[in-house]
Design a protein around this ligand. Structure first.
Ligand SMILES: CC(C)(COP(=O)(O)OP(=O)(O)OC[C@H]1O[C@@H](n2cnc3c(N)ncnc32)[C@H](O)[C@@H]1O)[C@@H](O)C(=O)NCCC(=O)NCCS
Ligand SMILES: Nc1ncnc2c1ncn2[C@@H]1O[C@H](COP(=O)(O)OP(=O)(O)OP(=O)(O)O)[C@@H](O)[C@H]1O
Length: 200
């Protein structure tokens, strides 16, 4: 199956762009969401997270204390490395399981904030990056999540720079309010349909 990885730094608009691909009938695996799902479902992972970050990482009802974990890992790169090492293998397994269920579709998308940082782009046939300037991304995320600009910056600082990501991407979608996104998606969709057909 032809796989397209889609990424972009915090607030670039990856999820928004993926929703357009979904309208075109393309299944999307949302790695960030799946990561949070395995963190409450995989008992070995839960034990590892509690041992590493303390029992406060979870609320009494078993849900994830995202604010608590974010406060630790986005202020300490070593702690973030530990969290990534715990969570990413389980997320990769969830992707493999999801892939096994995909039938009769021309191609699939894997949405991951850390597609390049985690090397998972190497398992994709193509990588597309959604890009927008930092000031606009900060504005979007502070409005969406009610977090501060400093908190957005501290996450952004833990990601490859836009420049580094652009050098690794095969394709780019510009989502900086200067041009419409839908025609860019339609153009790439046609490209992926034809590449997937050549690949089959
Ligand atoms: C720390 C957690 C609990 C905070 O949850 P929260 O709901 O506040 O954020 P959410 O997961 O929706 O992520 C929002 C954005 O933060 C950034 N971000 C998330 N995880 C990371 C990370 N490990 N490194 C750098 N940036 C990250 C991304 O831009 C992401 O799109 C959560 O982000 C987490 O568990 N992260 C580790 C797992 C991971 O790496 N997920 C992302 C890719 S699989
Ligand atoms: N072209 C656009 N016009 C207006 N609002 C937009 C546009 N693109 C994204 N947004 C808004 O900006 C916010 C961030 O977009 P989105 O959630 O798609 O980004 P993301 O890259 O998936 O973010 P994160 O990395 O934080 O998960 C959302 O509230 C979304 O509705």
């Amino acid at each position: 199956m032809f796989k397209v990885g889609i990424t972009g730094n915090i607030g670039s608009g990856k999820t928004t762009v993926c929703k357009i691909f979904e309208v075109l009938g393309i299944p999307v695996f949302y790695a960030d969401d799946e990561a949070k799902k395995v963190m409450i479902e995989d008992s070995l992972l839960i034990t590892g997270i509690k041992q590493t970050f303390g029992n406060q990482a979870y609320f009494a009802d078993g849900s994830l204390n995202r604010k608590y974990i974010a406060g630790i890992v986005f202020n300490n790169p070593d702690e973030l490395i530990k969290l990534n090492a715990l969570v990413h293998p389980a997320t990769f397994r969830a992707f493999d399981n999801w892939m096994a269920g995909q039938k009769n579709v021309p191609y699939v998308l894997k949405e991951a904030a850390l597609l390049f940082e985690s090397d998972s782009y190497k398992m994709c046939n193509r990588a597309v990056m959604v890009t927008a300037p930092l000031d606009l991304r900060i504005k979007r995320v502070t409005r969406r999540d009610g977090i501060t600009a400093a908190e957005v910056n501290s996450r952004n600082d833990r990601q490859f720079t836009e420049q580094k990501k652009l050098a690794l991407a095969n394709d780019v979608i510009i989502n900086d309010d200067t041009q419409p996104v839908i025609p860019q998606v339609l153009k790439l969709h046609q490209l992926y349909l034809s590449l997937a057909q050549q690949n089959s």
